[in-house]
Write a protein that binds this ligand. Sequence first.
Ligand SMILES: N[C@@H](Cc1c[nH]cn1)C(=O)NCC(=O)O
Length: 425
Amino acid sequence: MNVLSDPTKRRWLAWGALATVFLLVNLHRLSTAVLSEQLTADFETTAAQLGTLHASFFLIYAAIQIPTGVLADRVGPRYVGSVGAIVLSLGAVGFALSESYLLAFVSRGLIGLGSGVIFVSILRFCANWYRTDEFATMTGLTGSVAGLGAILATTPLAITVGVFGWRPTVLGLAVVGFVAGGAVFLLARRSPAHAGLDPIEGVPEQPSVSLEEIGGYLRTLVTDLDQWLLSLVFFAGNGSILTLIGLWGVPYLVVVYELDVTTASYFTLLGSVGLLFGPTAIGWVSDRVGRRFLPMTIGMGLLTLAFTVVPLLGKPPLAVVAASYLGAGLLFGAAMLSLSVVKERYPAGASGVATATVNTAGFIGATILPAIMGVALDAHRTGETIGGTVAYTQYGYRLAFAILAGCLGLAFLSSAWLSLRNRVV
Ligand SMILES: N[C@@H](Cc1c[nH]cn1)C(=O)NCC(=O)O
């Protein structure tokens, strides 16, 4: 058997194609920080317009999660994943060629639209090609691809943009996206049977579900308290880590410790390194011990502790801050277990809508938590700017980080409650 006809090898090729597209998703969504100067100059944007350009991605991303779940369950990851890759790459071409802010905004929206379907398609693919006791590892591995994307979106992207310019770099990402989209179409079939291959031991062929049945599952999800508790876990976990790495983690260090932006960004890089290893490790441990709630609860407790360092101490030693940023990335995998739990609570054919529902909450968190922190910070301005960054008081930062810690604390209580009620798992 060769790599295409052996289903246990073929699934890695297909996952690799999907994961390449997901890497691009993460590069695009975190690229605004590195591109900000060039975008401001080329499109003559204000800070608010630049922020809107960045946020448009997350808003569209959150909005299309549930429709994506329905499509992934009905049509399968092959079509949804490859069309998503093409749409996001067309958006990247449009963005690279934009001559006006409006065109750039629409193109960035298109990148968000194509990107939004990829993660749930990967989870849907894994549900059909991997055993249940491999699912959390695969979810974690996919989360770790986001960590790699977060690392590549910093210095490596900055160097590439410095050498080639931002427009050719974004065009280059589009070319990779078109190729990866083609590979997804060729490789990522709905199941081993759809690829004409033997079944994989321990992975039953899953029945396809009708639109009516999916509607029924969606109605059940809305009234399912456990789904809301799991969504709270991912809302807090995903929202906090993306807020720390993507927005407020650097300005806090610049203002409170008077570090320059480059030095401060090494700390958020530590968070991304944590993200590279933590989700896979936590998913793997959960699969090996055959438990979801216990690692989720312990991990969420420790994640909450990592985020209480700033609110409690205000200006802890930098080594403690470094440990808390690294810990935040490592422990994020505990929040990702909520995706495995919700997938296992619903019939196999509905895993797309189930995981998409919890992922929606994660991206609502990533959209509103930074904004709420911004409101808290705006109430505590010092009136100065440090290194080009508006300065807020140390108390303002303590308060803003307390919002994340409080939210994570509630998520910890939710997972503890779920854990108590499901003591057998
Ligand atoms: N790993 C997260 C997203 C993330 C967090 N920090 C950087 N990226 C993830 O996989 N979320 C699901 C998704 O749809 O991207």
